[in-house]
Structure formats: structure tokens, C-alpha cells
Design a protein around this ligand. Structure first.
Ligand SMILES: [Zn+2]
Length: 266
């Protein structure tokens, strides 16, 4: 075993809380090499681990394998990171408070959400773009999930907050729209034209777009194309026997294009 590794470990044990840069300078290492040293040491000594934070520096913690492997910072008389005292409960050897294990419901929820949102992390704005139908559906699923761990509990409530406020926003928009259509028929032509041209493409929920093509919202690219072609043969003025339906055709093209754009199918 490399002598430097042991020296690094002794250094950290005797000066807990040194920042990474300090250790790197002391041993003439890059941060990459230092992280590798941590990994090698943890592999060599199965019961120790290194924890570092910008605020508190680096600590070497001996782990009791019979306890949860989560670590907490303590500001008490002896400052430092300490192993959680709870018994391990989940498959990652951690307790309710520290486990990262995901329930199958939560995992399924995450998959469905990222399928609809794309690679972006959910936030107040992109959740709005899902449209009312999906937002209601996601809220229902979330309500039915019973979180396994504290982490899951917290992520569920922050998702719940986002979906609730998106729901409230859309409801408010609907109400405002109703009021406008009831009382403001005098709106100038320019204004209404402007509004029509600035409709947010995401306001159509994906599901609505798919249903225009008569297919389910988890359809593949090929299924979507097939459905669009089939309907185009019926409605396109050139291929339909009875002159077709230009308006309907426009709607179908719009649905197909938006689905492709949102799904990034190209
Ligand atoms: Zn714990």
C-alpha cells in the first residue's frame, strides 16, 4: 500500500476540518488525485469514509457497519461529522432519515414526469407547460404515494407544492379567460389577432395533442406518424375523395409538429 495514502489519512485524522486545498498543497496533489486517494483508502479500509464540505473541510469517519451509514455535522463540544446512531433500515444501509432508496411508486412517477417534461428538472414554469389534464393526473398520483424515506417525503411535498401552484395558476387563467370572453367583446381586432398568434405551444397538453391524432400519449414516433398519415389520407384535400377538410388538416399537422417538437423526435 502506497505510503502517501497512509500519510494523507494520518494528516486528516490529526487535523480534522482542513480544507481540500490545504491537503492538496501539503502533499502536492491535484484535487482529482486527492479524491482518488480517498476512494482507494475507503476501499482498503472498508470501515472508514471521507466526508468533505466547503464549509467544514475534510473529515475521516470510522463507520460502524451495524449502524446507518448516514453522516451528520455536529457543532457540539467535539465538532465534526458523526455517523448516525440509528439502525440501518433500507437496502442502502441507511435509516429513514438518511436513505436514498426510492419506492417503486416514486420511481414510476419520476419516469412518467421526465417522459413528459424531457430532460429538464421539474420547476414551476415547465410544469405549467404540461397543461391542465396532465397536471391533474400528476397531482392524483402524487397524493396516492406514501413516501418510504425522509428524502422521498421531502421531494414529494416540494413536487406537490409545484403541482398545486401550477393547478391554481391554470385555474386562474381559465377564470380570467371566461371573464374576458363574457364582458369584453369590444376587444379590438388587432388585439385578438395578436393573442391568437402568441399562443404558447405548450399550453396544449401533450395528451390533447395525441388525442387529436386518436392515439395514446405514450405512443412511439412510428405510431404517431402512422396515425397522422392515416388521418391525412382522409382529410387532405388532395387525397380525400370529397375535397377533404382543410381546417382539420391544419389541426392534424399542428398536433404532429408539436408532438415531434416536444418529444424532440425531429
Ligand atoms: Zn441515519
Amino acid at each position: 500500500m502506497d505510503q502517501t495514502l497512509l500519510q494523507i489519512m494520518k494528516f486528516i485524522q490529526s487535523r480534522p476540518g482542513t480544507c481540500k486545498t490545504g491537503i492538496c498543497n501539503n502533499f502536492g496533489l491535484s484535487e482529482y488525485r486527492l479524491n482518488r486517494a480517498f476512494r482507494n483508502l475507503s476501499r482498503e479500509f472498508g470501515d472508514i469514509t471521507f466526508v468533505s464540505s466547503h464549509e467544514h473541510g475534510v473529515y475521516c469517519v470510522e463507520l460502524d457497519p451495524c449502524r446507518c451509514s448516514g453522516l451528520d455535522w455536529s457543532d457540539g463540544a467535539s465538532k465534526g461529522f458523526f455517523q448516525c446512531q440509528n439502525p440501518p433500515k433500507f437496502s442502502d444501509g441507511r435509516c429513514y432519515e438518511h436513505s436514498h432508496v426510492q419506492s417503486s411508486e416514486m420511481a414510476a412517477f419520476g419516469r412518467k414526469l421526465s417522459y413528459c417534461l424531457g430532460p429538464a428538472e421539474p420547476n414551476a414554469r415547465n410544469i405549467l407547460s404540461l397543461g391542465m389534464t396532465l397536471i391533474e393526473e400528476f397531482r392524483e398520483i402524487l397524493t396516492a404515494i406514501s413516501p418510504l424515506t425522509k428524502l422521498e417525503f421531502e421531494s414529494r411535498s416540494s413536487l406537490m407544492d409545484m403541482f398545486n401552484s401550477a393547478y391554481a395558476t391554470l385555474k386562474l387563467r381559465e377564470r380570467l379567460k371566461d371573464q374576458r370572453t363574457e364582458g369584453f367583446h369590444w376587444r379590438s381586432e388587432f388585439e385578438s389577432r395578436h393573442r391568437a398568434s402568441s399562443v404558447n405551444p405548450f399550453e396544449y397538453s401533450l395528451r390533447k395533442l395525441f388525442s387529436l391524432l386518436g392515439i395514446a400519449s405514450d405512443s412511439s414516433k412510428e405510431e404517431t406518424l402512422r396515425a397522422w398519415k392515416k388521418l391525412a389520407r382522409i382529410y387532405h384535400p388532395d387525397t380525400s375523395g370529397d375535397g377533404g377538410d382543410e381546417e382539420k388538416m391544419k389541426e392534424l399537422n399542428m398536433a404532429k409538429d408539436r408532438i415531434f417538437r416536444i418529444r424532440r423526435w425531429d
